[in-house]
Design a protein around this ligand. Structure first.
Ligand code: SR1
Ligand code: MG
Length: 404
């Protein structure tokens, strides 16, 4: 019996003993450990445990019953199991692109994982206008390998259905269904964060645009009903650690079987938030790199998808000439649609992004937010026209032209 046999929310002072109890052997029994809570997300508690004498470290991530962003919002702590299991699976499909999981504990709803403190959160690095030449290559490999290889195209169908069952994630999906695919279009729960200088613009362009709402209603039901691949489910730049020669995707607690385009679209949209920030700061070289990275990511995604498809396809009907191209086209259309919904929800919804909210100049921030909404509507309403990397870049350039 130990005091970790019953769930409680740990504080710094509990975590060293927890690690020594649950992960004996990671540190020497008499190691002097220091613990610091370093969580930066909206949901969980993340502790870094370090043995100063050796520099050895480990990360412990615990799910709380209430969210950090809002004490009223409660979601299942099973998300910690989901995150641990998908990271173990993704480590097989995309080795070197996710953190190693050392173990997880369904009582304390906590997992232990590799410390990636030599990397940094991509969102913050991008907000300093740093560039990462390796990123397009790495993220396209991560997406093609983790997504395509968990579809019915390549997996034995009963095995795939077992994963669908194991990764059913209703409460986290509900957050996305509400925050991403409902509230930004009507503020039905009165918790949208609309920047006051663009309130009239938001009313006209989002709340009163019936054609847009119909398009998003269709997108929402695709999200809920297309169990295509095992998604990360929240693939923004705050879920990615980077350094110049390395990319690691973490925090997949929103994982579930959904449309591939949801993950890919999240990456594109979050690069556009980095562009917004660079544009407001007059960082032209950085902005050019961001647009190049969007183009390259999408072109590499397409190229690798077509190649890996041939390598991993097992379903007889999926080998029918023409099906691979049809399948990829539908994913690119979904990618455009979810690029649009992510752009809109981070601009007017409950969970905003610091890339945009830290733009101090009022006019520049308003312009950035309008650019997000104008390009988002282009992605959503013309979703079938997005085929190449340049197509994805052109929507940003069209929005720039429109704003003058
Ligand atoms: C209530 S959680 C708000 C947002 O944070 C997460 O990272 C997801 O993006 C979610 O929508
Ligand atoms: Mg997160």
């Amino acid at each position: 019996m130990s005091r970790y046999d019953t769930y409680f929310l740990m504080k710094d002072a509990d975590v060293a003993e927890y690690v020594q109890t649950r992960y004996p052997g990671h540190f020497a029994p008499d190691a002097v450990l220091s613990v610091k809570e370093i969580g930066d997300g909206n949901l969980n508690y993340v502790f870094r445990v370090v043995e100063e004498a050796t520099g050895k470290s480990i990360i412990v991530k615990q799910a709380g019953e209430a969210l950090r962003i809002s004490a009223e919002m409660k979601v299942s702590t099973d998300r910690n199991r989901i995150e641990s299991e998908i990271l173990q699976l993704q480590d097989r499909y995309a080795p070197g692109l996710v953190p190693k999981i050392y173990g997880y504990d369904t009582v304390m709803c906590a997992c232990a994982m590799e410390d990636l403190s030599d990397h940094e959160l991509m969102r913050y690095a991008l907000m300093r206008h740093e560039t990462f030449p390796q990123f397009a290559e790495d993220i396209s490999t991560y997406m093609v390998n983790t997504l395509l290889k968990t579809t019915d195209v390549s997996m034995e169908h009963k095995e795939k259905k077992a994963l669908v069952k194991s990764f059913i994630n209703p409460e986290l999906c509900e957050i996305t269904e509400d925050l991403v695919l409902t509230e930004p279009y009507n503020d039905c729960n009165h918790r949208n964060n609309v920047y006051p200088p663009i309130a009239d613009f938001v009313k006209k362009e989002l709340y009163e645009d019936e054609a847009l709402k119909l398009a998003v209603a269709k997108i929402k039901f695709e999200f809920m009903n297309n169990a295509q691949a095992l998604l990360h489910g929240d693939l923004h730049t705050g879920s990615i650690f980077v350094k110049q020669d390395s990319t690691r995707v973490f925090d997949p607690e929103f994982a579930f079987y959904g449309p591939i385009g949801y993950d890919v679209g999240n990456v594109v949209a979050n690069l556009i938030f980095a562009y917004d920030n660079g544009r407001a700061a007059g960082a032209d070289d950085f902005c050019a790199w961001v647009l190049d990275t969007i183009r390259e990511t999408m072109d590499l995604f397409r190229e690798k998808f077509l190649r890996v498809y041939d390598e991993c396809v097992t379903d007889l009907m999926a080998k029918t000439p023409g099906f691979k191209e049809f399948y990829l086209d539908s994913i690119l259309s979904d990618t455009a649609a979810y690029t649009g919904t992510e752009l809109i929800r981070r601009t007017v919804g409950m969970a905003n992004v610091k890339d945009v909210t830290t733009i101090a100049d009022k006019k520049k921030r308003a312009r950035a937010e309008k650019l997000n909404i104008i390009s988002a509507k282009d992605y959503i309403l013309h979703r079938n026209a997005f085929k190449t990397g340049q197509d994805f870049v052109d929507a940003v350039l069209r929005a720039e032209d429109k704003l003058g």
